[in-house]
Design a protein around this ligand. Structure first.
Ligand SMILES: [Zn+2]
Length: 263
């Protein structure tokens, strides 16, 4: 009898809990999604995206795969993956916990992107996914975000070299130990951390190749000297000297506009 009473109390409790959390049928919203699997990738779109636009986004993704494989000097990409397109940053926040434009959730084999053709985050997020599948998880965030930014580009017409030159001439470079150890440090300007990292990643790839870069990716910045055979500060000096020769005068740069980021 006591057991029965306890069971009844538990059932009443569960019933009330359900009622209280407001999950009655009438409060549900319907979200209809259209999906299509092509090769290893399943694409998901809100149902109100037109068929033509869906095709354009899929072509954008396929192009991003091609460009990223070229950048990583890889030939195939066959991992099963989902790409979820969302209308807004608010939807992104609901789905991923962050109101970003794009989000690579590697553990779920999924990346999310808001729907925008211009300045789309697709190439950047695609880079994260392919790099994680090919190289494994990076030892630090700066190297993944640098590579992702190199792949996705910036929302400006300046080259990464011009951007780095501007940081040099205006004393805006962030010390590398902060970028390496605390990439999302409060007070850091994200635009600087991402683009400064992208320039360093590009310089390392262009001048010292992919094999060393992969080792740095896996082993971390602490091993920089043993991987490259010189200290990182020597690399910074070398870059500074080269840019001084190339840009003897300060370059014109619209910082205010650039600092707005992707609007
Ligand atoms: Zn990223």
């Amino acid at each position: 009898m006591i057991k029965k009473t306890i069971l009844l109390i538990v059932i009443i409790f569960i019933f009330n809990a359900c009622k209280n959390s407001n999950i009655e049928e009438s409060t549900w919203k319907s979200a209809i999604t259209k999906s299509k699997t092509i090769n290893n990738i399943t694409y998901y779109f809100p149902s109100d995206v037109s068929s033509n636009n869906r095709k354009e986004y899929i072509m954008m993704c396929q192009n991003a795969i091609k460009e990223n494989l070229k950048l990583l000097k890889e030939t195939t990409f066959e991992n099963k993956m989902d790409i979820q397109f969302l209308h807004s940053r608010t939807e992104m926040k609901n789905r991923t916990g962050m109101a970003a434009q794009g989000m690579a959730m590697f553990e779920q084999n999924t990346f999310y992107s808001i729907l925008r053709m211009k300045n789309s985050p697709v190439a950047h997020e695609m880079n994260h996914m392919i790099a994680f599948y090919k190289y494994g998880m990076p030892h630090e965030n700066w190297i993944a975000e640098g590579l992702g930014t190199l792949a996705g580009g910036t929302c400006s017409n300046y080259s990464l070299e011009e951007i780095y030159q501007y940081y040099l001439q205006s004393n805006k470079l962030i010390p590398m130990d902060i970028i390496v150890n605390d990439f999302w440090k409060k007070g850091n300007n994200d635009i600087i951390t991402y683009t400064q990292s992208a320039f360093i990643v590009k310089y390392l790839l262009d001048n010292y190749g992919h094999e060393k870069f992969k080792t740095l990716w896996a082993d971390g910045f602490e091993k920089f000297n043993s991987i490259y055979g010189f200290e990182f500060k020597d690399l910074e000096t070398k870059i500074k000297t080269e840019l001084k020769l190339k840009y003897p005068k300060e370059i014109p740069f619209n910082w205010e506009e650039f600092n707005k980021g992707c609007t």
